[in-house]
Design a binder for this molecule. Structure first.
Ligand code: ADP
Ligand code: MG
Length: 324
């Protein structure tokens, strides 16, 4: 199969189609129409085999995660996703791999009503780069830099599951209950981008970030960007039943929740005046969210508390994931 047949067979028709795409896959560039009065949000993430996903991961899991991490970045900006570009480096034109991969792309583009509008295909070590674009009204951009002292700190969903799932796969964590084990492993392979939550937080949250490298590290990014501090109450961290039941020691569960990467939940701050609106909006969409602390004026300082007492994590990697 040559490159052009590969693109035609697996990508040209493997996507939901949108009316705002004037020229899609097949020409030298895509042409798209941005809605009047909206801004364009653009983000890119690359996933490398053995760095971002385990060698031998199922193609549908690789496709899912590649897309999810990008949609999560758009969600954290309050943007509505619209278009994606896919740059694929593959060692060979393995038809089974390509069809499973592209089927997942089709399924997710349909679910999110987004269109694959172009990309690139090369031979090389397995690497997937997706660029995602979306729209945001000019008065509702969510950034990391506007948290204010007194704001409440919230997270969506539960924390630490994906990292625990990875440890299960690596044989570092033993989970006997099969339901809990599958729940953790699935959160590692199939993270859920909080697309609707991000748009719900427009004009309500004062800052927002998605948790990709662990709660503490991503919280610190917000503190640095906003020149504020924070107190986090670790007893309030949302821990899933699967994680809580699998790990008898609270310390270790907290370690996963604080430093485990790849959860792709949203971490956001809310001024007191909007707290009730946020809680009821999230409840109306059935999006779980939990208040875990408060922003302070102590520039850059992150204080951890457990049952109202100062707390320090004991683990070695208490700063979260870093490439370099
Ligand atoms: P060019 O050589 O002009 O850069 P390519 O041969 O790389 O074009 O690509 C042909 C068309 O197929 C382009 O529209 C490009 O965007 C699209 N394309 C290539 N690879 C992919 C892919 N993996 N996913 C989606 N579209 C792709
Ligand atoms: Mg060309």
């Amino acid at each position: 199969m040559n490159e052009f047949n590969l693109i035609r067979n697996y990508f040209e028709t493997s996507s939901y189609q949108r009316r705002d795409v004037k020229v899609g896959i097949g020409d030298d560039a895509a042409i798209t129409q941005i809605p009047d009065g909206q801004y364009l949000a653009t983000t890119t993430d690359t996933l490398l085999e053995s760095v971002h996903f385990l060698e031998g991961s199922a193609p549908n899991a690789i496709a899912h995660k590649s897309l999810a991490v990008n949609l999560s970045d758009l969600a954290a900006m309050g943007a509505e996703p619209a278009w994606i570009n896919l740059s694929l480096s593959i060692p060979s034109a393995d038809e089974l791999w390509l069809s499973e991969f592209s089927n997942k792309i089709r399924e997710l583009t349909e679910y999110f009503s987004i269109q694959l509008i172009g990309g690139d295909t090369v031979k090389g070590d397995l690497a997937i780069t997706i660029t995602a674009q979306g729209f945001v009204p000019p008065d509702s951009i969510l950034t990391r830099s506007s948290a204010k002292p007194g704001d409440w700190i919230f997270v969506t969903g539960t924390l630490g599951d994906a990292a625990a799932g990875l440890d299960v796969l690596l044989g570092k964590l033993d989970v006997h209950d099969l339901t809990h084990k599958n729940a953790l492993v699935n959160r590692h392979y199939y993270p859920t981008p909080r697309v609707l939550a991000g748009q719900t937080l427009r004009r309500l949250a004062s800052s927002c970030i998605d948790i990709s490298d662990g709660l503490l590290q991503d919280m610190q990014h917000v503190l640095n960007a906003s020149s504020v501090g924070a107190v986090l109450n670790l007893d309030q961290l949302p821990i899933s039943k699967a994680l809580g039941k699998s790990i008898p020691h609270l310390e270790q569960a907290l370690e996963y929740a604080c430093t485990g990467g790849d959860d792709y939940e949203l971490l956001f701050t809310v001024p007191e005046v909007h707290r009730v609106s946020v809680e009821s909006a999230m409840a109306s969409y059935n999006i779980p969210c939990t208040c875990i602390g408060q922003v302070t004026g102590a520039q850059g300082k992150l204080e951890l508390r457990l049952n109202d007492e100062a707390y320090a994590l004991s683990g070695k990697q208490s700063t979260g994931f870093q490439h370099f």
